[in-house]
Ligand binder design. Sequence first.
Ligand SMILES: C[S@@+](CC[C@H](N)C(=O)[O-])C[C@H]1O[C@@H](n2cnc3c(N)ncnc32)[C@H](O)[C@@H]1O
Length: 292
Amino acid sequence: MDGADGWEWDETLFAGTARYYTRGRLPYAPGLPDALARALQLDGTGRLLDLGCGPGTLTLGLAELFAEAVGVDPDPEMLAEAARAARAARATRAAGADRAAGPAGRVRWVRARAEQLPPGLGTFTVATFGNSFHWMDREQVAATVRGLLRPGGAAVHLSDWKAEPPATAALPYPPLPHAAIDALVRAHLGPVRRAGRGLLPHGTPGGESGIFARAGFAGPERLIVPGGAILHRTEDDAVAAVLSLSSSAPHLFGPRLPAFETDLRHLLREASPSGRFAVRLPSTEAVIWRRD
Ligand SMILES: C[S@@+](CC[C@H](N)C(=O)[O-])C[C@H]1O[C@@H](n2cnc3c(N)ncnc32)[C@H](O)[C@@H]1O
C-alpha cells in the first residue's frame, strides 16, 4: 500500500492465515475463467502473472487458459499451500483417465513482493490482482506490470462486486453474524483495524482506476461474473473465514488465540445452534486494463 495513514507493509501481514484461507474464503464466481477467456481471447498459449497469489486461488483456477502461470506472493505459508494444492490437483488428474499434466503442471511459484520482482520472469499476456492490489505500492507495481506485459496484454483487478443488489430470497440456514464477529475481534484486538504490525484506521485504499490510468493503461472494461449460489457453511468454515483475514490473523492474538476461538465458537453457536450457516456467493468484478 502507499504508506496511507503512515501504515507500512511488513511480512507478518498474512502470517498464519494460509492454513485457513482456502477453507474460509468464498470462491470466485464459477464463470470467471470462461468470462476472462472470452474477454481476453485466451487460447492456452500465453503466460499469466498472478500477483499476491495467496494459496494459488486464481493461478490454479486460470492456469488452463495459459501455457504457463506464475504465482507471486511474499508469504511462504501461502506459497506452501499453493504448491500443495497444485500437487493434489496433479495427483487427482493422474489417478483419473486423463494422464496429461493438466493446469497444475504449468504453474510455478515465486516468493516476492510485487514491488521486488526478481529479474528474468519474462513477459506476460495477463497479470491478475485477486484481492491483493490494495496491499501493494500501487503506483510502482502498476508501472512495473505494464513493462512486463506484452503488447495487447492486460492487467485484471478482481474482487467481490461491491454494488451487488441485496438478495431477497430466504436462506436455508442463518447468515453469518458479521457484526457480532467484528465486535468480538475488536474486543480482543482493540477498536482500530490491525494489519501486520501496524494499524489501518481507514481501511485499505480504493480508487485504483486513477492508478492504472496514470501508469498508461487503457480502459477499463468491467465484467460482472454472476455469483448467486447458496453455499452451506459449517462452524469450522466460519472460524476459518475469520482467521484467514489479515485483520484477525492468528498471530495478532498471540497466546490469547485459543481464548478468541472459544469465544468465536460460542458466538457462532448462539447465532446458529445447528452450527450451519448459509451464504450467497458474491458476484465477481473483473476490471480489465489493456496495455495498449
Ligand atoms: C487476500 S489475499 C488474496 C489471495 C488470492 N489472490 C485470492 O484471490 O484468493 C492477499 C494476498 O496478497 C499477498 N500480498 C500482500 N502484500 C503483497 C505485496 N506487496 N506483493 C505481493 N503480494 C502481496 C498476501 O500475502 C496474500 O497472500
